[in-house]
Ligand binder design. Sequence first.
Ligand SMILES: NC(=O)c1ccc[n+]([C@@H]2O[C@H](COP(=O)([O-])OP(=O)(O)OC[C@H]3O[C@@H](n4cnc5c(N)ncnc54)[C@H](OP(=O)(O)O)[C@@H]3O)[C@@H](O)[C@H]2O)c1
Length: 306
Amino acid sequence: MSAKRLMLTGYGGFVAGSVAWQALRNGDWDVYALSLIEAPEERERFHCIQFDLTDAAQLRKVFEEVRPEAVIHTAALADIDYCQNNQADAERINVGVTRELANLCGESGIKMIFCSTDTVFAGTKGMYTEEDAPTALNFYADTKIRAEEIVRTTVERGVVSRLSLVMGLPVLGAGNSFLAKMFDSLKQGEAVKFPANEIRTPVDVITVGRAFLEMAGSDFTGTIHLGGSTRIDRYEMACLIAEKLGYSRDIVVATDSNAMPGRAPRPNDASLDNRKAQRVLQTPMQPLMDALALVLQSKKEQEHGT
Ligand SMILES: NC(=O)c1ccc[n+]([C@@H]2O[C@H](COP(=O)([O-])OP(=O)(O)OC[C@H]3O[C@@H](n4cnc5c(N)ncnc54)[C@H](OP(=O)(O)O)[C@@H]3O)[C@@H](O)[C@H]2O)c1
């Protein structure tokens, strides 16, 4: 039986690189990776198509050629401060590209999984459920809230997947991975700064990829929170990771991200309630240390080509 066609946007980024690696490993999918970066060598069942997603005509052409059975849309401008200072770009990519893809998926009845974020919440209460109303504290969150609504209203087989802080090591470039940057600093013996005011439910990139691929192949539609089972502030999280890697927790410096001048406001407690994910997915949501173990094990497997 031939594999199904999966279209994946943002391949050069942190999350999508891991999704592609897992999709090729589990054998159910032919991957069509859309990316701004130069295409790596073609591999069996892997096709990289290089173009700017804001070119709507090209996007339609590629979509019609590939005829995907599912789309996982990770591409975005995900840097909160960059979005705050470059709102036209953020609007074009985070909202405009999502609208074009949602129209294409909606017209053809294609499954679409949209990557949203815990940052859509104001962070005043924490442990947000899928029923809680989002409130944008910054422009990035504003674009994601509007993009979510486009997916909900346009794509019958749509999934809005809100990710908590994603922990992992990238298959390709560093992208948005805090762990990769932390590893680099620790190796140099440099102190690392993490905000103690930001409480999150970190989720590992392997679990995110598994959940995305499971939902791409299932009947699930609607909104879902992908967060880990440990609710923790980012400073304490970094201390535990440093200690696990054999460093002293003194190498981690606590900051307050909302007391830094010139930065866009962030939610303090944007922890996500993952009970719906635990109920409807076969993919388990992990506690922090199990998630870290999964990430380290997967990196070894990637390095050994297994
Ligand atoms: N990382 C986290 O902790 C986190 C948490 C919550 C939600 N999210 C969401 O998860 C998704 C993936 O995040 P990430 O951490 O993987 O971000 P990332 O590393 O910054 O990757 C995003 C990718 O989007 C692609 N992109 C941006 N503009 C493009 C354009 N005009 N045309 C084509 N591709 C474009 C780029 O891929 P190419 O280089 O291939 O072009 C970029 O690498 C995002 O939607 C983000 O909002 C992430």
